[in-house]
Design a protein around this ligand. Sequence first.
Ligand SMILES: Nc1ncnc2c1ncn2[C@@H]1O[C@H](COP(=O)(O)OP(=O)(O)OP(=O)(O)O)[C@@H](O)[C@H]1O
Ligand SMILES: [Mg+2]
Length: 263
Amino acid sequence: MTAAVRSGSDYVQAGNEVDVVLAAYRSRLPVMLTGPTGCGKTRLVEHLGAQLGLPVVTISCHDDLTSADLVGRFTVSGGDVAWHDGPLTRAVKTGAICYLDEVVEARHDSLAVLHALTDHRRTLYLDRSDEVVTAPDSFMLISSYNPAYRSTLKDLKPSFRQRFVTVPLTYLPPDRERDVIIAEAGVAAGVAERLVSCATAIRGADKAFHLEPPSTRVLVAAARLTAAGVDEFTAVESCVLAPLSSDGAISDGLRAVASAVFP
Ligand SMILES: Nc1ncnc2c1ncn2[C@@H]1O[C@H](COP(=O)(O)OP(=O)(O)OP(=O)(O)O)[C@@H](O)[C@H]1O
Ligand SMILES: [Mg+2]
C-alpha cells in the first residue's frame, strides 16, 4: 500500500525543534537554524509560516549581497527619484517571517543593518531614507547555514551569532525519515526503508568516505524516480550516490554499501 503524495509545508520533527522555534516566535527572538544540506531547514521555515499564517520572505545570501539589497535603495526613473523598500524592509513592515538562507555567505558589513533588528530594539534604521521602522510583534527573522560548508574565511561574528536562538537540525531518526519519504514520494514502505538503510550505512561511514552524507532530499528524489518506474538501484545511483562526489563518480566502496541493501 502506498501513501498519498503530499507536498508543501509538512514538517516532521526530529526532536523538539518546532516547539523551540515557536517559543522563540512568541518571545520575539530571532532564530538561527544550522544543519547539513537537505535536512529540513527550509521545510521548517515553510511549516512555521503555514502554522502561524504568515508569509515567508526568503533572501538567499551571497558574497555580493549589499545592505541596500536587504533594506532598499533610491532609484531614478524619468527624472524622479523614489525610494524602494528591499525585501527585509518589506518583511519588517508587513510583519512577515524573513528567512535569510545561507547567511554565512553574506559579508559582515551587509549584515550590520540586522544588529538593531535582532536585539531588544527590533528596529530597522534606514539611514538613507531617514526612516526608523520598528518591527510589529508578528515579524520574525530566521537565518540558516550549513556548518559543513563554512570555510575558515567565512564565519559569523560572535556579536551576530549571539543574537539568535540557535537550533541545530540533523537527519530524522530512521522511522521518521521513512515516513517522510513515503509521504513525499508515495512509495511503498519497503522502498523507503531500503533507502533509509542505505543512507544510514553511508552516514555511519562518512568519515571513511570523506564526503557530506546523503540528505533526506536525495532519498526523496530517489523514491520519486522509483515511483516513476526507474528500478531502485538505478534511482539510488543517480539520486543518492553520484551527487555525493563533485564529479559524479561512484566509488567502489559506495557501490558496495548500496549493493548490500539493494541486491
Ligand atoms: N523534517 C522533515 N520533514 C519533512 N520533510 C523533510 C524533512 N527533512 C527533509 N525533508 C524533505 O527533504 C527535502 C529537503 O529539505 P529542505 O529543503 O528543508 O532542506 P534544507 O535543510 O533547507 O537544505 P539546504 O541547506 O540544501 O537548503 C524537503 O523538500 C522534504 O521533502
Ligand atoms: Mg534550504
